[in-house]
Design a protein around this ligand. Structure first.
Ligand SMILES: NC(=O)c1ccc[n+]([C@@H]2O[C@H](COP(=O)([O-])OP(=O)(O)OC[C@H]3O[C@@H](n4cnc5c(N)ncnc54)[C@H](OP(=O)(O)O)[C@@H]3O)[C@@H](O)[C@H]2O)c1
Ligand SMILES: [Zn+2]
Ligand SMILES: [Zn+2]
Length: 352
């Protein structure tokens, strides 16, 4: 075991402070990574503030962070995929049971016995896992990904959650040329959804509550940007979408988007608001529309997404911050005031 530097919160209402955590020494199959950048996902905020207490109560101290990119510093004796000096990336999962039908199908995101990167029972050390707001992490090589060499590292870190969470449902629901696709909420997930939808060739429409994001939506690859609080603009799109990705972090009216689906259209929730969202049955049944959810993605698809990003030169638009600004960043995230993901430069932790 060794000590690593980290930023943690001590309760749902405490700010982040510098802390020291224990990491395991790499076992035979483990890779030790010096973390270079870690994105700030809205899930980090939900978890740090115990907003998902009904589903995944937070154990304190909590060290979030599951958009991790870094440099491999040590490898166990049985490791074959990585050597010291390589780039390595870690997302929301650091382990699973590897034997269930979901794992065997490469759909580890549905494994009934996963280990999430933070706030999950740590099989090695006891207690809970600690995430990427830290200077290093030790992870089984199976759960570590290769980062295409052409990608900017600060911008690549959000691919590990925001990227795969939007890529996976788009692939599942057949987003492609000839399809009309909506993306609701131009935040960290939403802006990746726009980039993927555009790169996959679909006609892409952004729905935003922020009038000042209109130009960005177009620049990011949208064909149209709709202000979702403008009923006239919404009405123009009634019954026309094949697929809508809803990436909103807070309470909102999803029935307004169900109305925009064509027959057999699907709306997939990737956003995970604290409170349940009411759904009108009539909105779904006239038109045989469907409402789904989707969590992150499996290991093979996550590497596929990273390789896709490498080929298309896709990264997240990031505002790089030192870790000392994490509390301020959370307040700005709540105001939808980030274009479009914070990425923590972990070099800033060295000075603590
Ligand atoms: N399914 C998964 O596996 C998974 C993975 C990662 C994250 N998530 C969840 O996905 C959600 C989004 O995460 P994120 O990191 O992308 O968050 P984010 O960067 O904060 O983006 C959320 C966006 O939602 C919109 N929004 C916020 N409050 C709203 C409100 N009251 N009404 C309508 N729109 C509102 C804003 O977009 P506009 O300004 O454009 O309106 C905002 O930029 C979070 O709930 C997160 O926990 C799920
Ligand atoms: Zn996330
Ligand atoms: Zn499994």
């Amino acid at each position: 075991m060794y000590k690593a530097k980290a930023y943690s919160v001590a309760s749902a209402t405490s700010p982040f402070v510098g802390d020291t955590i224990t990491r395991r020494d790499p076992t035979d199959h483990d890779v030790q990574i010096e973390i270079l950048f870690c994105g700030i996902c809205h899930s980090d905020l939900h978890q740090a503030r115990n907003e998902w207490s009904g589903v995944m109560p937070t154990v304190y101290p909590c060290v979030p962070g599951h958009e991790i990119v870094g440099r491999v510093t040590r490898v166990g004796s049985a490791v074959t995929k990585f050597k010291p000096g390589d780039l390595g990336a870690v997302g929301c999962l650091v382990d699973s049971d590897r034997t269930c039908p979901e794992c065997l199908a490469g759909l580890e995101q549905f494994c009934p016995n996963p280990t999430l990167t933070y706030n999950f029972p740590d099989k090695h050390l006891g207690g809970v896992t600690f995430g990427g707001y830290s200077d290093s992490i030790v992870v089984d090589e199976r759960f570590v990904f290769h980062v295409p060499a052409n990608l900017n590292l600060a911008g690549a870190s959000p691919l590990l959650c925001a990227g795969i969470t939007t890529y996976s449902p788009m692939r599942h629901w057949g987003v492609a040329q000839g399809k009309k696709v909506g993306v609701v909420g131009l935040g960290g997930l939403g802006h990746m959804g726009v980039k993927f939808s555009h790169a996959l060739g679909a006609y892409t429409v952004v729905f935003t509550t922020s009038a000042n994001k209109k130009d960005d939506g177009l620049r990011l690859g949208a064909d149209e940007v709709v202000l979702s609080r403008d009923a006239n603009q919404m009405a123009k799109h009634a019954g026309s979408f094949d697929f809508i990705l809803d990436a909103v972090s807070a309470e909102h009216d999803i029935n307004a988007y169900i109305q925009l689906l064509r027959r057999d259209g699907n709306i997939t929730l990737v956003g995970a608001p604290e409170k349940p969202l009411p759904v009108s049955a009539f909105g779904l049944l006239f038109g045989r529309k469907s409402l789904s959810g989707s969590p992150i993605g499996g290991l093979p698809e996550t590497q596929e997404m990273l390789d896709f990003c490498g080929r298309h030169n896709i990264t997240s638009d990031v505002e790089v911050i030192p870790i000392q600004k994490v509390n301020e960043a959370y307040e700005r995230l709540l105001k939808s005031d980030v274009k479009y993901r914070f990425s923590i430069d972990m070099a800033s932790l060295k000075t603590e």
